[in-house]
Design a protein around this ligand. Structure first.
Ligand SMILES: Nc1ncnc2c1ncn2[C@@H]1O[C@H](COP(=O)(O)OP(=O)(O)OP(=O)(O)O)[C@@H](O)[C@H]1O
Length: 270
């Protein structure tokens, strides 16, 4: 890790966003702690993408502020990199993998750029694939390229919007583990939006659950499951099962079951 890779902290204070007469975000205050994985979940239309756009400095809030290491965000902060759901739209099909990953670094020295690109490709398990075009790769490999491009910038905060929504379940599990390995190795701050509740618990140190629009924070949940996590044993852990039921109840607005009461599935279908 280099000096400029000390993980960043993000603080949202009183964020609201109104589009015309549509109040998408009512009032969101939350912290994304440095060097941890924070996951945002919320019902469809709760303003998750809108919130990420504000965090990334791509859109301004109607009121409230986001601070990146204590400085108010005004435009995309240095040290922030983004990965989006749709790799087919974020990668340039006419550029080989090396040029795609090196694209944000095109103004730096060629030799340094190449070494940063190779380091990032190695980190995502794509060493030796730099001469391929994106369309010669599977969806999972293309998303690895998109992650490598973000890592090549040596981010202090990695923001991911539904990063694995376009890949199959097996690839999704592999990419979840890849993200956890990268985060543990590079110690960067990671902020992920996902619709997948299992994924939120599996990845997170903290989960921010949003209410339906106009959204507020329903709850911030610390996740204290042991690391490194494992797709089988972590998901068998009683605490994992308790947390996923808790998040699901919050999202569906179902009260906590009294101890010893019937299963969530029974309650949902009752
Ligand atoms: N540029 C825009 N102009 C007008 N309204 C917008 C704009 N972007 C988002 N909205 C509205 O803001 C609300 C929140 O949208 P957003 O896409 O942020 O939600 P989301 O939680 O990411 O949704 P999903 O989970 O379905 O992806 C919606 O009502 C949407 O129609």
């Amino acid at each position: 890790m280099t000096d400029n890779q000390i993980p960043a902290e993000l603080v949202m204070t009183g964020i609201a966003k109104v589009y015309g007469t549509n109040r998408a975000i009512d009032d969101i205050s939350a912290t994304v702690p440095a060097g941890q994985v924070t996951v945002i979940v919320g019902p469809s239309g709760a303003g998750k993408t809108t919130l990420l756009r504000i965090i990334c400095g791509l859109d301004a809030p109607t009121s409230g502020q986001v601070h990146f290491d204590g400085a108010p965000i005004d435009g995309v902060p240095d040290g922030l990199a983004m990965v989006f759901q749709d790799y087919s739209r974020s990668l340039f099909p006419w550029l080989r993998v090396e040029a795609n990953v090196g694209f944000p670094l095109r103004r730096i020295d060629k030799k340094l750029r190449r070494s940063r690109v190779m380091e990032a490709l190695e980190a995502v398990g794509l060493a030796g694939k730099e001469h391929l075009y994106p369309w010669e790769m599977s969806g999972g490999m293309q998303q690895r390229v998109a992650i490598a491009r973000a890592l090549a910038c040596h981010p202090r905060l990695l923001v991911m919007d539904e990063p694995y929504a376009s890949v199959d379940a097996q690839t999704r599990a592999e990419l979840e583990d890849l993200l956890l390995t990268i985060q543990a190795t590079m110690k960067i701050t990671v902020l992920v939006v996902t619709h997948d509740i299992d994924e939120s618990v599996y990845l997170a140190d903290n989960i921010i659950v949003l209410s339906k629009a106009p959204s507020r924070v329903s709850e911030e949940i610390p996740v204290r499951l042991a690391r490194p996590r494992d797709q089988i044993t972590t998901k068998e852990d009683a605490e994992f099962i308790r947390l996923r039921a808790h998040v699901l109840r919050l999202l569906r607005n179902i009260p906590e079951a009294p101890t010893g009461a019937g299963s969530l599935a029974a309650k949902v279908t009752a």
